[in-house]
Design a protein around this ligand. Structure first.
Ligand code: PEP
Ligand code: MG
Length: 574
């Protein structure tokens, strides 16, 4: 046996995973491809039959609803589509790919479509060639019915671990994969702080992104190792490599158990400074992981995840309330910071609705999006105020750049309160905070602090906007430098502003969970770090060994150095 191919990428969550590849290829209509063992093929045939019956019903319903005077051709076309759904050349052959080759239904469908497409292309008769379009439409409809959730739920409980391989995954796609179907994943696309990466990290499974060509090089069913310690994907490893990686995975699991023993320790530095370690989460399903990691609260609930994958329909007040209630009650009296929706830029609602702007990162996103639709905004504010009755809730506005935005947001909050009062529905008290994600907000921190209770620094966007680097663009990812002096000076000055005002400041961008910067931030006076739950133990390990007073001078020197990176690498002399 020869050694497997090794392809480099960018590590997301450190760890090792191995298993059989499942391919999701956006280019072919975002379908999953994987092989089924003998026992699962019957169920897959039944899934195909159910999808076909659903499409038949859909087309028959369309036929009965054709308006008076609709062209004859339309009814005839629907007939053609219905006939195709009973045509053995299509359906029989798809069944054959499933039962004889073990293809999943989507893969079988796409394969047979390719076979038939070639036959159609070779036809001389232009009328018959045209029928290819009909076939494609029928296949599209079948895929649509099969593809809710990308059809991979069936993999849960399969004997072998599965590794997801895709060109790219949107944050919305990732929500489908939370249920432990995959042991790890790799994508061609992705950068250190793109939302895909952030959501991937929150899944807590080993992942490597920006692995160029991975979706082309891996075939369904290949054995794949995700080595996200080294940022590597190994394709078709030999037996020795598999065994070595299995051993390494066991050692890492042991290390993690040791880190978990830190959970019960107070998060206090050597010189007695109490530091808050908070969790970044997307919804109630993340609460158990946050608590297991020892989070003292939620520093960032990215509420936009409630708004995704809904085909444009937004969640109503009650539905949002239920989600916030789940988090607030789940956190059992610990503070929960709910950020109002941050839709736009790299977090679209899904396959949506509003036209995409030329420069989405500079366009209608976050608080701008909310203020542009006050009804929608107040629906969210009312749901949050109701949840605040159940426990301590902090409200956070994303991407504030202008004082007027804060004024308007606070005015909407008051109206939301009045609306609840008019309905005689109880509303709780909330602390109000602004995110510092654009340089303008960092420079105006003193002013903003006069009308909010706290600040939270979103370093992911602050870096993007300070350095003019699109955080999702791989071609400039090498310039995305969290330790750039300009970024560090902005962070330091915001922390200092909050200290002067006697108000709280947190960091909730990826910088908070990066152990390379933990001591620097402690030295600058930061006392509240919010991160993915899986990062909490390592950051805690750093802080319980730090002496904040002794770090101050060094941290100050780092921030004012022209080469902070080198000083950070060297570490403090204390
Ligand atoms: C940030 O920008 O740092 C942040 C926490 O917000 P998000 O990553 O959701 O844009
Ligand atoms: Mg942000």
């Amino acid at each position: 046996m020869s050694m497997g191919a090794r392809i480099k990428g960018l590590s997301v969550t450190p760890g090792i995973a191995q298993g059989r590849a499942v391919l999701i290829q956006r280019s072919a209509g975002e379908i999953a491809r994987y092989r089924l063992d003998g026992a699962r093929r019957e169920a897959e045939l039944a899934r195909l039959a159910a999808a076909r019956d659903a499409v038949v019903r859909e087309l028959q319903a369309l036929q009965t609803r054709l308006p008076q005077g609709a062209p004859m051709e339309l009814a005839a076309l629907l007939d053609v589509h219905l006939q195709l759904l009973h045509d053995e050349a299509l359906v029989g052959a798809i069944r054959h790919w499933i039962s004889d080759h073990g293809y999943n239904a989507e893969w079988a469908l796409a394969t047979q479509m390719e076979v038939l497409a070639r036959q159609f292309d070779a036809m001389d008769d232009p009328y018959l060639r045209e029928r290819k379009a009909d076939l494609e439409q029928v296949v599209e409809r079948l895929l649509h019915h099969l593809n809710e959730g990308l059809g991979i739920e069936h993999l849960a409980g399969s004997d072998e671990p599965r590794i997801l391989i895709a060109r790219d995954l949107s944050p919305a796609d990732l929500l489908h994969y939370r249920d432990g179907v995959f042991a790890g994943f790799a994508t061609d696309m992705g950068t250190a702080t793109s939302h895909t990466t952030i959501v991937a990290r929150s899944m807590g499974i080993p992942a490597v992104v920006a692995v160029r060509g991975i979706s082309e090089r891996v075939n369904p069913d290949d054995w794949v190792i995700i080595d996200s310690e080294a940022g590597l994907v190994v394709v078709n490893p030999d037996a020795c490599e598999r065994a070595a990686y299995a051993e390494r995975a066991a050692t890492l699991a042991q290390d993690n158990r040791e880190l978990e023993s830190l959970v019960v320790l107070p998060s206090r530095t050597l010189d007695g400074v109490m530091v808050q370690l908070l969790a970044n989460i997307e919804g109630p399903h993340d609460v158990p992981a946050a608590l297991r990691a020892g989070a003292q609260g939620v520093g960032l609930l990215r509420s936009e995840f409630l708004f995704m994958n809904r085909k444009g329909a937004l969640p109503g007040e009650d539905e949002q309330y239920e989600a916030y209630r789940g988090v607030v009650q789940g956190m059992g009296g610990r503070p929960v910071t709910i950020r109002t929706v941050d839709i736009g830029a790299d977090k679209p609602l899904g396959p949506v609705v509003r036209p995409v702007a030329a420069n989405p990162a500079l366009g209608l996103r976050a608080i701008r999006w909310s203020l542009a639709d006050p009804e929608m905004f107040r629906t969210q504010l009312r749901a949050i105020l109701r949840a605040a009755v159940l426990g301590p809730v902090k409200l956070l506005f994303p991407m504030v750049s202008h004082q007027e935005q804060l004024d308007q947001a606070l005015a909407q909050l008051q109206i939301a309160r009045d609306e609840l009062a008019a309905r005689k529905v109880a509303a709780g008290d909330v602390q109000v905070g602004a995110m510092v994600e654009v340089p303008a907000a960092a420079l105006l921190a003193d002013e903003f602090l006069r009308c909010v209770d706290f600040l939270s620094i979103g370093t992911n966007d602050l870096i993007q906007y300070t350095l003019a680097i699109d955080r999702t663009d791989e071609s400039v990812a090498y310039l995305y430098t969290p330790t750039h002096p300009a970024v560090l000076r902005l962070v330091a000055s915001v922390i200092a502003s909050a200290e002067r005002a006697g108000k709280e400041v947190a960091i909730c961008g990826e910088m908070a969970g990066d152990v390379q910067t933990t001591r620097l931030l402690l030295g600058l006076g930061l006392k509240s770090f919010s991160m993915q739950p899986s990062q909490i133990p390592r950051v805690k390990q750093q802080l319980v060994q730090s002496d904040v007073a002794a770090l101050k001078a060094w941290a100050n020197a780092v921030v004012h150095s022209a080469q902070p990176h080198a000083m950070l690498a060297q570490g403090p002399s204390v």
